[in-house]
Design a protein around this ligand. Sequence first.
Ligand code: SF4
Ligand code: SF4
Length: 352
Amino acid sequence: MVNGIVFRIERFAIHDGPGIRTTVFLKGCPLRCAWCHSPESQSPRPEFMPLQDRCIACGACVAGCPQQAIAAPGAPTRLDLCRLCRTCVDLCPTGARTMAGDEMPIESVVAAIERDRIFYDESGGGVTVSGGEPLMQPAFTEAIVEQCRWRRIHVAVDTSGFGDPDALERIRPDLFLFDVKAIDEERHRAITGVSNRVILENLARLAARAARPEPVDVGLRTSDFGHRTSDSELRTPDSGLRGSTGSPRPERVDTCVEGRTPDDPCRIIVRFPLVPGLTDDDANVHDIGRLVSSLGIGRIDVLPYHRAGMAKYERLGRPYALASTEPPSPERVAHVVKVLTEHRLTVGVGGT
Ligand code: SF4
Ligand code: SF4
């Protein structure tokens, strides 16, 4: 059994890949992007994210904590004493005491995924593993991907690309959503806290992998790009191999790559966060367009900066560095789209 730390499972997501999707957000990220709208994703451990305005100072959490880690209602938790048992979360009558991140077995994730299967089939959607950074939990990510593919559910992995190349090699989704923020290494280090060398190497590696024909599992995808495989096309092995939740595991059958469209020839969509003052200058946009095009990747999505995650910083007790940064204007977004189009890329805005 494989367990992972999940901080949210979002149903009916429409910006994390094609169609209607269930997005599984994994905890832990090595980057510290100033514009991150999921700061609760960054730490690999579960962490408290209180809603102080809901606290009625009843003291249930204080009295119930077996570690005496809470001195008084609303007081910071003594993390050196806390064992993350969640007793206080369960005792809180108002939902004020919340925690981001929960250890989940793969079976629970698969059960959540299966719940909305009909919507994937109807919309050409599926599942996206996101974060945080999925490569921080490579075995769990690999397990989710495998489980989806066994079930013919289209699966995407949304990654910063910062991770172990060997782990990346083992993870075989239908689609990678791959973030590229900046090409210049020093700039990248300044805005994310890490070098982009391994990211760009991983992107080149994935592009090379996607460009060469590889065996795929017939019947292991849903209607991701218009192709739909009926149940009768599936061959269930006599051996009765099963996924970890007990569903029949289809036989692997080698064939040529299918299910791709002209605007997604490599099953990679690059995602570019457009952040005023940090990534939006023409030099950076041209550099990214040039690189993506040179790797044979046909599609890039521009993700305009927004402030949706600002309130979460307050709940976590952290400063928000971009409080005075405005979202890019529609004119600026249109200009960036035009620049990228000059590099012969299909350009989307706001995610697929
Ligand atoms: S999670 Fe458990 S140990 Fe930690 S503060 Fe809450 S009750 Fe105490
Ligand atoms: S249990 Fe909830 S409402 Fe009561 S003091 Fe603790 S955080 Fe506040």
